[in-house]
Design a protein around this ligand. Structure first.
Ligand SMILES: *[C@@H]1O[C@H](CO)[C@@H](O)[C@H](O)[C@H]1NC(C)=O
Ligand SMILES: *[C@@H]1O[C@H](CO)[C@@H](O)[C@H](O)[C@H]1NC(C)=O
Ligand SMILES: *[C@@H]1O[C@H](CO)[C@@H](O)[C@H](O)[C@H]1NC(C)=O
Ligand SMILES: *[C@@H]1O[C@H](CO)[C@@H](O)[C@H](O)[C@H]1NC(C)=O
Ligand SMILES: *[C@@H]1O[C@H](CO)[C@@H](O)[C@H](O)[C@H]1NC(C)=O
Ligand SMILES: CC(=O)N[C@H]1CO[C@H](CO)[C@@H](O)[C@@H]1O
Length: 501
């Protein structure tokens, strides 16, 4: 999807508002990536214009891997790049995540550099329920029961087994790659299917599930502060001022104008104000998560909004007080994405997210990913920590969405228990496996749930000071930080060593 997508307001809403998405090899455009043209998207645009077309391939997959009495099947999309393959070489399996699989990965990225050196055959398998991989006729809550990381891993295992058998790759060493949630899947694939997958590169992988994830905004604070110490303080003053104003309905018409809202601000419930405040905080969350990694790529215009730009606006007294500067940030983001106005109504968001159609606004990945957070991971980026600059979207706001969007009751859905189960199943920080490397970026808020210190000799961490989400997966650039280049080399050396074992 190109930049034009952002002109659609209804998509923008869901893009804007789903709280959690991570996304590197999935490329969803909601929460986390929402309004962003991240680098992989810039690359995709570039590829679409200039590169050879990457062909879709389809693989027959079982709907339910855990019920022998259910023989329903569906077609899963995948891509191939065999340019570098040398018979006897390894097979690289890139794992798709919580959004459409991006074919640009078949032409760009550090994994292809490794593939070239090692003579690897490359596959990218799209995640079930995202992109064009539709296991069911719609996204009803009943059908989403077949959406889980466990089913996704079983898809990967089945794909690995069948492709190996039919293409003479049974004796090849398979290596899993993924960034963000797919990074976790890469580690877990090695953990659960060690006989099928020899090693894994788990970039920016949140391997510990947690209902509440207030640390995310703590890292946002630290990252902003590393740019300029007063930046998070100014943001805090601004959000405090705004929350005060929200208590007085007389201020609403000014707020509507200042933040360029699509309709007059109306706050009927705590969900409304939480949603509005979260939308605005999202401007900072996105920029921190992807900071410099979404800059222009080979002439493709990415966004030029970085932490430095946002902190610059927050420090600009010529714009007025902190409240005015915070509003200026919001307008700058709208302008950057060519949007006329901001629709921050919870009801609009809910309407998009509750739509079960594959052509609905939530189907770009938002609805599916929220389902996975409600039933597996949590990861709710709440304002519950005092050590962060935002206010107004506590854990209950996030949890209520699970019940509102999927029309379930607390008796039907116990998020706490589901998340506990996930850590029991995979091991959380205590996962026991081998030949998995965990690169993480110091300014990426997701590193708080990843492995940042070696778990063992066989489970090394690579911590990249100064980089954001998934930086090491993108193609190398002359202006990359030296530690980022070293991290890419480090991953290559590990690969080389592990493939000999
Ligand atoms: C595979 O990747 C290489 C390196 O980026 C690229 O030149 C080639 O066109 C790709 N092949 C396919 C089939 O996409
Ligand atoms: C709304 O903004 C105007 C112009 O900045 C200001 O004079 C007025 O006091 C504001 N109204 C309220 C209720 O804050
Ligand atoms: C970003 O790029 C746009 C278009 O080139 C330009 O108008 C704008 O001033 C730039 N913004 C910043 C903060 O550099
Ligand atoms: C869901 O979205 C589709 C596509 O935008 C639309 O045609 C349909 O009316 C929506 N359904 C509901 C219940 O809103
Ligand atoms: C939500 O669930 C209730 C009870 O299970 C049902 O009566 C109602 O029709 C459902 N609402 C929607 C919008 O599906
Ligand atoms: C091994 C390594 O470099 N680990 C780093 C990962 O990230 C944390 C910060 O969260 C650093 O403190 C570690 O040194």
């Amino acid at each position: 999807m190109a930049m034009l997508t952002f002109a659609s307001l209804s998509l923008f809403r869901s893009v804007l508002l789903v709280v959690l998405c991570l996304c590197c090899t999935g490329d969803a455009r909601f929460k986390g990536f929402r309004r962003f043209v991240d680098r992989s998207e810039a690359i995709q645009q570039h590829t679409a214009r200039t590169g050879p077309k990457v062909e879709d391939h389809w693989f027959t997959q079982r709907l339910d891997h855990f019920n022998g009495a259910d023989s329903r099947v569906w077609k899963q999309r995948y891509f191939i790049n065999d340019t570098f393959y040398r018979p006897g070489g390894p097979v690289f399996l890139m794992i798709g995540g919580e959004g459409p699989a991006n074919p640009a990965w078949m032409q760009y990225g550090s994994w292809l550099t490794y593939a070239e050196k090692l003579g690897a055959l490359c596959f990218l398998l799209e995640h079930r329920f995202y992109g064009n991989s539709h296991p069911t006729e719609d996204l009803s809550t009943a059908n989403l029961h077949f959406l889980s990381s466990r089913q996704a891993l079983a898809d990967l295992a089945h794909f690995r087994s069948v492709v190996a058998a039919t293409q003479g790759l049974t004796n090849s060493r398979w290596v899993a790659f993924g960034g963000s949630y797919p990074g976790s899947l890469a580690a877990w694939l090695r953990l659960k299917y060690p006989h099928l997958v020899h090693a894994a590169i788990a970039t920016s992988a949140p391997i510990h599930a947690t209902v509440n994830f207030p640390e995310y905004l703590e890292v946002v604070r630290r990252s902003l502060a590393s740019h300029s110490p007063e930046c998070p303080l100014l943001v805090k003053q601004a959000t405090d001022t705004l929350s005060q104003k929200l208590k007085d309905p007389l201020t609403y018409s000014n707020i509507t104008k200042d933040f360029q809202l699509c309709s007059p601000l109306q706050l009927d419930s705590l969900m409304d104000s939480a949603h509005f405040l979260e939308s605005l905080a999202g401007n900072f969350m996105d920029v921190v998560q992807y900071n410099e990694d979404n800059r222009a790529f080979e002439g493709v215009v990415g966004t030029n909004i970085t932490m430095k730009v946002l902190c610059g606006v927050m420090a600009d007294a010529s714009l007025g007080g902190v409240y005015e500067r915070y509003a200026a940030v919001a307008r700058l983001m709208l302008h950057t994405f060519s949007l006329r106005c901001l629709d921050a109504r919870y009801a609009s968001y809910l309407q998009d997210m509750a739509n079960t159609s594959w052509s609905g606004a939530g189907a770009a990945g938002g609805r599916q990913w929220v389902y996975q957070t409600c039933t597996e991971f949590g990861f709710y980026q709440s304002t519950d920590s005092p050590n962060q600059p935002f206010t107004g979207f506590p854990l209950p706001y996030h949890l209520k969405q699970c019940y509102d969007i999927f029309n379930m009751s607390a008796a039907e859905l116990d998020v706490e228990a589901a998340v506990k189960d996930t850590n029991e199943y995979y091991g959380g920080y205590g996962l026991r496996t081998s030949r998995v490397v965990f690169p993480n970026g110091s300014i990426d808020p997701w590193h708080a749930l990843s492995v940042t210190l070696d778990l063992s000799e066989q489970l090394p961490a690579i911590f990249i000071k100064g980089t954001a989400h998934c930086a090491n997966m993108y193609p190398a650039r002359a202006e990359d930080l030296p530690q980022l280049a070293l991290a890419r080399d480090h991953v290559f050396l590990l690969l080389q060593q592990w493939l000999k074992e």
